[in-house]
Design a protein around this ligand. Structure first.
Ligand SMILES: Cc1cc2nc3c(=O)[nH]c(=O)nc-3n(C[C@H](O)[C@H](O)[C@H](O)COP(=O)(O)OP(=O)(O)OC[C@H]3O[C@@H](n4cnc5c(N)ncnc54)[C@H](O)[C@@H]3O)c2cc1C
Length: 414
């Protein structure tokens, strides 16, 4: 069996590695002419780290990511609403990593190159069309070349060509009116030195976490400033590398100086700022046609809330490989893949539309917009715990469930 994978992002490359581990041939076709470490920080939750660890990448990940120790919600005055340990400190068998998206992509590309061989990874190959029949599937690329295989996995991101062929009337991604500025800054370590912080509320939010350490000991801090714009603001196409300006974001957070974090100083220290509208797409009624299916952002782009976009793509990849290795045929495997992953990811898309676990901040802001003397008089721990824990269950990283569930490695690869 041979799979054609469209897209050499985190979803496509993990699919290639998972298929290879399951003894299934795969070739990756990526549109970018050269793989460069684009993007800023993302988080890999323990459920995704488990899958990459079971692919033998645990040590490599530890070398490029920061093992997140703590997660904190605060209001816009820096008053703590919720703090919890993360990763191993929270009892998971696997860490959580805050990591540069581009470095993770490079790590996966290199692992795929070594394991599958140079001949199976193709850059500069933009899919423009595909067709299938009872015997197989053929892909057509912008440079005029073609590829043939037994199945096609479309991991070509939020502007997926395959998704557009499946659903020609869908239109562009949906914007919820929020605009994000993303950047990295060098700054003194804060809190544990490996803490992820979210402060504010739905309409004005600041998120930051370290993704590395500079030679001088300062943290390389990934940060995101978010605000909601008027409904008539012109929509901008989602582009992860569109430059933004410090001057646009700084005034929104000018007085967010906490005892333990100086937000304006972080913003001023930005190396380069990128601007990104908060977009997603509606969950789909189906993902698969015959030998062709969708995966990752092509299947379920979601708001970057709850840090699950890349993690869910990794789960898709592993579950797909397990089905292809264990089901009686390709169509049965793709049906079993979709039957589990489509509802699971639709639930995360919907949860993120409701602000995901960040509802904790919205709840406290709604009841105490000017801050509080005693948090208990605003919200009970049980109420907050239910929101945070509920999201972990929806997204598949409830610690007890994750630790207890069986491996998704095919039996022959365990
Ligand atoms: C350049 C870039 C930067 C990003 N930066 C961040 C970030 O800073 N923070 C964050 O949270 N998320 C970021 N993301 C999104 C994040 O990587 C995804 O949400 C998540 O990892 C799911 O990955 P995916 O592989 O499904 O999709 P993606 O990561 O979007 O990967 C899709 C891949 O398919 C390729 N592709 C697209 N169309 C075609 C085609 N027609 N033929 C062949 N290949 C094609 C793209 O070049 C890309 O490499 C970024 C995505 C990209 C592409």
């Amino acid at each position: 069996m041979r799979a054609i994978i469209i897209g050499g992002g985190i979803g496509g490359l993990t699919t290639a590695l998972a298929l290879h581990a399951a003894g299934i041939g795969a070739e990756v076709f990526e549109s970018a002419a050269e793989i460069r470490p684009l993007g800023v920080g993302i988080n890999l939750q323990p459920h995704a780290v488990r899958e990459l660890s079971e692919l033998g990448l645990g040590e490599a990940l530890a070398g490029v990511g920061v093992a997140t120790q703590e997660f904190v919600y605060a209001n816009r005055f820096g008053q703590e609403i919720w703090a919890e340990p993360r990763g191993l400190a929270a009892g998971y068998h696997w860490p959580q990593y805050s990591i540069h998206r581009g470095r993770l992509q490079m790590l996966l590309w290199e692992a795929a190159r070594v394991r599958l061989g140079d001949a199976c990874l193709h850059a500069g190959r933009r899919l423009v069309g595909f067709r299938q029949d009872a015997a197989g599937v053929a892909a057509r690329f912008a440079d005029g070349s073609r590829a043939e295989g037994d199945l096609l996995v479309a991991a070509d991101g939020i502007h997926s060509v395959v998704r557009a062929a499946f659903f020609p009337n869908e239109g562009p991604p949906k914007w919820n009116g929020a605009l994000l500025w993303r950047a990295t800054s060098l700054a003194p370590p804060f809190r544990t030195g490996a803490s992820m912080v979210q402060a504010g509320h739905r309409d004005r939010k600041f998120v930051c976490y370290p993704i590395g350490t500079a030679p001088d000991g300062r943290s390389i801090v990934n940060w995101i400033g978010e605000t909601r714009l008027p409904a008539d603001h012109p929509w901008a196409r989602e582009d992860w590398n569109r430059p933004g300006r410090v001057a646009d974001v700084l005034p929104l957070f000018a007085d967010w100086r906490f005892e333990w974090l100086d937000v304006p100083a972080l913003i001023r220290a930005a190396e380069a700022v990128y601007e990104f509208p908060m977009v997603d797409r509606d969950p789909l009624p189906w993902w698969t046609q015959g030998r062709v299916t969708l995966l990752g952002d092509a299947a379920h782009p979601m708001y970057p809330i709850g840090s699950n976009g890349a993690s869910q793509a990794i789960l898709d990849a592993r579950w797909l490989a397990l089905q292809l290795a264990t089901q009686p045929g390709i169509e049965a495997a793709l049906a079993a893949y979709e039957a589990a992953r489509r509802p699971a990811t639709a639930a995360v898309v919907e949860a993120n539309r409701g602000d995901g676990p960040d509802r904790v901040m919205d709840l406290v802001h709604g009841r105490a917009p000017m801050g509080f003397h005693r948090l208990e008089s605003v919200a009970s721990q049980a109420e907050l715990a239910a929101l945070v824990g509920g999201y972990k269950r929806v997204a598949g990283f409830d610690p007890a469930t994750l630790n207890a569930r069986e491996s998704w490695s095919p039996p022959q690869a365990r």
